[in-house]
Structures are given as structure tokens and as C-alpha cells.
Design a binder for this molecule. Structure first.
Ligand code: FES
Length: 159
């Protein structure tokens, strides 16, 4: 695929064909697209719009309404910031703001180098370590905002 432009796979085309006339097809197709690419690539959204005969604006309306759908490919390192009650009360929100500031992206965003994404999550089940962030499954607990730079650096060095 040149320039990494995503295209509808034959499987997705067949799926759309199968669902074309059925009610609720747009959501089903978008789920399938996200399962295939990990997000909803714009060029695929355009193809879906043409094949289902649904305006592109409607597709983006659905995609932005449901948190589940992502518009960008996730970064190599997915930073999950716990905003569950225990973490929130101990400064989870400040950790989130610091991450956003240092990485220059918002929640559900991905850095331009494709290295980091930030997600907000509810209780990760380790409240005793609050506030907690998890990077690709690795738990970092009892954090202060000043710890954030070092954590980012650690993963950046891994590349
Ligand atoms: S609230 Fe954050 S781990 Fe439970």
C-alpha cells in the first residue's frame, strides 16, 4: 500500500455487501472497519460512505458520538490514565494534564511520531497504588506530576 493509505480489504467489501440492505448496518460496518485497522481511516470512511450510500458527515457523526470509535491509529505506547475515584482524588487529573502538556496531544490523541497515545480509563483495579497510569500493560503507581517526564523519556528511549 503506497503512502500507507488504508483501503477497503476484500473481506470488508464482502461484509458491506452482506449488510448493505440491513438496518443498523452503518454501526456494524464501522465496528468491522475498526477491528481491521484499529481505527477508522478517513479514506476507508469515504469508501464506506459511497458503498452504503450514506453521507460522510453522518459517518463522522456516528464515529464521534461513540467513544469506542477512534479516528487515529493508536501509538506504539498506549498510556492509560486512571480517572477512577481513588486515582482522581489523588491527582489522576493532574497526571492527565501533565501528559497532555508534555506530549502536546489530548485524550484519544496520538503524537505525530506515532509513539504515544493517551486514553482515560476507569478504575484499573490497583487503587492502593493511586494515582496510576498504565503504559502498554506496565503499571506505574503512586505518581506525582514530576514523575511524568521520566516515564515518557523511558519509553521514548526504547523507541
Ligand atoms: S481508581 Fe485508579 S486504580 Fe482504582
Amino acid at each position: 500500500m503506497s503512502k500507507e493509505l488504508a483501503q477497503l480489504t476484500p473481506e470488508l467489501k464482502a461484509f458491506i455487501e452482506e449488510w448493505k440492505e440491513k438496518p443498523g448496518n452503518l454501526i456494524m460496518v464501522l465496528h468491522q472497519v475498526q477491528q481491521t485497522y484499529g481505527y477508522i481511516p478517513r479514506e476507508v470512511a469515504i469508501e464506506v460512505s459511497e458503498l452504503l450510500n450514506v453521507p460522510l458527515a453522518k459517518i463522522y457523526g456516528v464515529v464521534t458520538f461513540y467513544n469506542f470509535f477512534k479516528l487515529q491509529k493508536a501509538g506504539k505506547y498506549i498510556i492509560q490514565v486512571c480517572l477512577g475515584t481513588a486515582c482522581y482524588l489523588r491527582g489522576g487529573d493532574d497526571l492527565m494534564k501533565e501528559l497532555e502538556r508534555q506530549l502536546g496531544i489530548g485524550v484519544n490523541g496520538t503524537t505525530p511520531d506515532g509513539l504515544f497515545s493517551i486514553e482515560a480509563v476507569r478504575c484499573l483495579g490497583c487503587c492502593g497504588l493511586a494515582p496510576v497510569i498504565v503504559v502498554n500493560g506496565e503499571v506505574h503507581g503512586k505518581l506525582e506530576t514530576k514523575s511524568i517526564a521520566g516515564i515518557i523519556e523511558k519509553y521514548r528511549k526504547l523507541g
